[in-house]
Every structure is written in structure tokens, then in C-alpha cells.
Design a protein around this ligand. Structure first.
Ligand SMILES: CC(=O)N[C@H]1[C@@H](OP(=O)(O)OP(=O)(O)OC[C@H]2O[C@@H](n3ccc(=O)[nH]c3=O)[C@H](O)[C@@H]2O)O[C@H](CO)[C@@H](O)[C@@H]1O
Ligand SMILES: C=C(OP(=O)(O)O)C(=O)O
Length: 434
């Protein structure tokens, strides 16, 4: 199995191109199920989750093809993939596929809307929490679906073969339930209104694509989304928005090691709260048409308290990376996780590098230390893994991160992007992930 070897202690200087967002690409790919025409997605990142979802969609009958490299194109440029769900041949998403990637559960919305039925395995929990799907079920029921749970599967039917527009009020903000109900409502009869919708940029990006496919949607990116259902949708071409979590992760890496890096092909507005938090920690962050420039030269890291919240708040997907940064701050900080009940698996691993973190329920108190020292550590989930990488970059000596398949789910060519900026980081052992 692959490992990542880092020799820490240096600073990062250079340019990092930011990839298309995993968390936008996945629902966009799933949207291809809504039309018999071709959906072309540009700027799709080369990630394990994308490859896995291609397999899952092909099981439903979706063909896909990939554009080859174009003259002068950097190999870090995103892929263009064409999806064609001319005929849905199977409305079942089986356990062995869904259990490998939670977002694949979201196919339930488009399958039900287009085919009038879906049988999708319950995804189960994961390393960060129990992650139930009750909001998906009540949301689709509000659109008229009849839903049973049968031997680990959600079995959904639309009476008369079509969903009916309605008002859906989510009790708590859910990104996946918003994506799913919004997709389902595009083909329902009449108007749907989603209240307490997730406002994440990836929801707005999915809506932009659905609108290009002929859907009528207003308010995506706010907490009330209004959708007028259509009889059918058509093909479109859509460019996946930049990955705000990848952007924030590299910004935190530079904040931690010191140096001067330009993050290209991304946008400040996608992660303003996280970048403002970095500024409060004493990091110089500026935005220009060229990208986001992150610098820290000489001055120490100031402690800052953060609480994770739905967008536009501080994202839970950057909590682990921020904790790594705070482990080197000049004081005490408190990090409160409000989205997932178990997203602290990185605490014990960061402690192996010398971090001093006390966990009490959903609150981690971090006492900054002067130095971290490299050690073998284990990746436990996607964002926890990358927090260990950035801590390793700032630690003295060698850090070996094992179980890096978690990283390959969500970070495209991580070692290469960091090496370009002077990091000593390499993948060792096992077969390559891509
Ligand atoms: C592929 C993708 O885009 N994943 C992101 C998505 O995950 P995901 O869409 O799974 O996360 P949700 O926004 O749904 O989860 C938010 C909270 O709501 C709870 N909940 C959710 C649905 C439900 O039916 N019942 C319920 O109780 C969850 O357990 C969690 O506590 O948003 C999360 C929150 O920003 C991010 O961390 C993930 O990176
Ligand atoms: C938690 C994440 O992904 P998923 O929802 O696919 O588990 C993530 O991207 O950090």
C-alpha cells in the first residue's frame, strides 16, 4: 500500500494550480442521469472518487468518454468528460458500490425523477460520523415518493411515474439532501420550494448546470430554492468550479511552513471565512485576478478560535488542516466541530508529531508548540490525511503517512503540486493510485 514520505522543515514558494472541486464534480456527474442527451463537464479533477462514480454511473447505463490532451495543455489541467445517459438500464445502486462512496447515494433523486423508481443501498456511516439519510427520505416523500427500507436498500417509487412539486423544509442544513431534492424537483410536476437549503457554492454550481440543461431554478446559493419542474432536460456543457477545500488546504500549508505561494484558478469568495481566519492568524492573504497569494515570512502564527458551520461559515472540511496549523501557534486556540460528531480522528495522529490537543466532546483545545517532530502517522479520512501532510511539512525530519488512498479520493497530484513549491515529499511503495 502506498505511503507518503515527507522531510519537513522547509518553506513553500511558487505557484499551485487549483483543480476543479470534487464536491461539485460528483453531483454534476450525477446530474447526467436526468437527461437522455449528452452532458459535458470541463475541469473535472483526476480523483479516486470521480473514477468510482464513473463506475457507479456506468452501472446505470451511463456512457462516458474523455477528451485527450490538447496542444500546449499542462498535465495538471482538468479533464473534459462527456456523459450520456441515453437509456437508464438499471435503477439499482448496489451496496458494494455505494458503500465505497457516500455521495453515490445521491443518484436516488435523478433516478426517481426520471424513471419513477430507484433502489439505492443505504450508505452507512463513515470515519467522521453516522451520517443518516433521513432528510433525503422526508424530502423525496414531500415530492410524493413512496419509500420503503428493504434489506439495507432505500426503495423509492413515484406514483404514476412522476414526482409532484412541493415544499420541502430541511430541519438542518444538508448539502447532499439539497443536491438530491433539487435534482429530483427539476423533473417533478409543478413548483417545488426548498427551505433551509444548503448555501454551499457547489449547490449553486449544480444549479447553474441544471439551468443550462433547461431546468428552471431560482435562489440556489441562498436558503430558499424555487424550482419549476420540466417534462425533460437537455444536454449542456458546464465547467466545474474551483475546489475551495483544496485552495484552503494549500493556503494553510503555506501558513504553516512559511513562504510565498500563488494559488491559481481559484477565487477568494469561495472561502472568504477561512481566508479571513488565516489573516487573523497573522498570515498575509491577498486576492488578484492572478489568484490568491498566501505569504508568511518571519512572523509567528497567532492562535484563533474557530467553529465549523455550513457555508458561508468556516467549513468542516478545513477543520483538520486548521488544527494542524494551530498546533504551531503562539498560544491556545479552541476548535469547535458542529457538523460531524466524530471528525477528530486526526487529533491522536497530530499528537504523534508533538501537537498538544485536548479533546472534550465537540471542542478541541490546542496548545501551540514551538516545534513538531516527524513520525510515522496514519491517514484516517480524506481531510484528516491532508492535515497530517501539512503538519509533516512543518515538522522537523521525516514523516511517513500511511493509508494514503484516503488522500487520493480528494487531492489531485498532491505530491507534485507541493514539490513544485520546494517541498520534500514523495510517494513510496505499492502501486500508484492513478
Ligand atoms: C461529497 C460532498 O459534497 N461532501 C460534503 C457534504 O457531505 P454531506 O452532503 O454528506 O453532508 P451534509 O451537509 O448532508 O451533512 C451535514 C450534517 O447533516 C446531517 N444529516 C445529513 C443528511 C441527513 O439526511 N440527515 C442528517 O442528519 C449529517 O449527519 C451531518 O451532521 O457536505 C459536508 C458538510 O459541508 C462536507 O463535509 C462534505 O465534504
Ligand atoms: C467528507 C468528505 O467527503 P464525503 O462526503 O464524500 O465523505 C469530504 O470531501 O471532506
Amino acid at each position: 500500500m502506498d505511503k507518503i514520505r515527507i522531510v519537513g522543515g522547509g518553506t513553500l514558494t511558487g505557484t499551485i494550480p487549483i483543480s476543479g472541486a470534487k464536491n461539485a464534480a460528483l453531483p454534476l456527474m450525477i446530474a447526467s442521469l436526468l437527461t437522455a442527451d449528452r452532458l459535458t463537464l470541463e475541469n473535472v479533477p483526476r480523483l479516486r472518487d470521480v473514477a468510482m462514480l464513473q463506475r457507479i454511473l456506468s452501472n446505470h447505463g451511463v456512457d462516458y468518454s474523455l477528451d485527450g490532451k490538447r496542444p500546449g495543455q499542462d498535465h495538471l489541467a482538468g479533464q473534459t468528460i462527456h456523459f450520456s445517459a441515453r437509456e437508464i438500464v438499471d435503477t439499482t445502486a448496489p451496496y458494494d458500490l455505494v458503500s465505497q462512496m457516500r455521495a453515490s447515494f445521491w443518484v436516488v433523486g435523478p433516478l426517481l425523477a426520471r424513471m419513477g423508481e430507484a433502489r439505492v443501498s443505504l450508505p452507512g456511516g463513515c470515519a467522521i460520523g453516522s451520517r443518516p439519510v433521513d432528510f433525503f427520505i422526508t424530502g423525496l416523500q414531500a415530492l410524493g415518493a413512496e419509500i420503503d427500507i428493504d434489506r439495507g436498500y432505500v426503495v423509492a417509487r413515484a406514483p404514476g411515474g412522476r414526482l409532484t412539486g412541493s415544499r420541502v423544509v430541511f430541519p438542518k442544513v444538508s448539502v447532499g439532501a439539497t443536491h438530491t431534492v433539487m435534482m429530483a424537483a427539476t423533473l417533478a410536476r409543478g413548483e417545488s420550494v426548498i427551505e433551509n437549503a444548503a448555501r454551499e457554492p457547489e449547490v449553486a454550481d449544480l444549479a447553474r448546470c441544471l439551468i443550462a440543461m433547461g431546468a428552471e431554478i431560482e435562489g440556489a446559493g441562498t436558503s430558499t430554492i424555487r424550482i419549476q419542474g420540466r417534462d425533460s432536460l437537455h444536454g449542456a456543457t458546464h465547467r466545474v468550479l474551483p475546489d475551495r477545500i483544496e485552495t484552503g488546504t494549500y493556503a494553510m500549508a503555506v501558513a504553516m511552513t512559511g513562504g510565498d505561494v500563488l494559488l491559481e484558478d481559484t477565487s477568494y469568495d469561495l472561502l472568504a471565512t477561512a481566508l479571513e481566519t488565516l489573516k487573523s492568524a497573522g498570515v498575509d492573504v491577498t486576492s488578484s485576478p492572478a489568484g490568491i497569494r498566501v505569504r508568511r515570512n518571519g512572523n509567528g502564527i497567532q492562535p484563533v478560535d474557530v467553529t465549523t458551520e455550513p457555508f458561508p461559515g468556516f467549513p468542516t472540511d478545513l477543520q483538520a488542516q486548521f488544527m494542524a496549523l494551530m498546533s504551531r501557534s503562539q498560544g491556545q486556540s479552541r476548535i469547535t466541530e458542529t457538523i460531524f460528531e466524530n471528525r477528530f480522528m486526526h487529533v491522536a495522529e497530530l499528537a504523534r508529531l508533538g501537537a498538544r490537543i485536548h479533546l472534550d466532546g465537540q471542542v478541541a483545545t490546542v496548545e501551540g508548540v514551538d516545534r513538531l517532530i516527524g513520525a510515522p502517522v496514519m491517514a484516517t479520512d480524506l481531510r484528516a490525511s491532508v492535515s497530517l501532510v501539512i503538519a509533516g511539512l512543518a515538522a522537523e525530519g521525516e514523516t511517513i503517512v500511511s493509508r494514503v488512498y484516503h488522500l487520493d479520493r480528494g487531492f489531485e497530484r498532491l505530491e507534485e503540486k507541493l514539490s513544485r513549491c520546494g517541498a520534500s515529499i514523495e510517494r513510496i511503495g505499492g502501486e500508484g493510485a492513478r
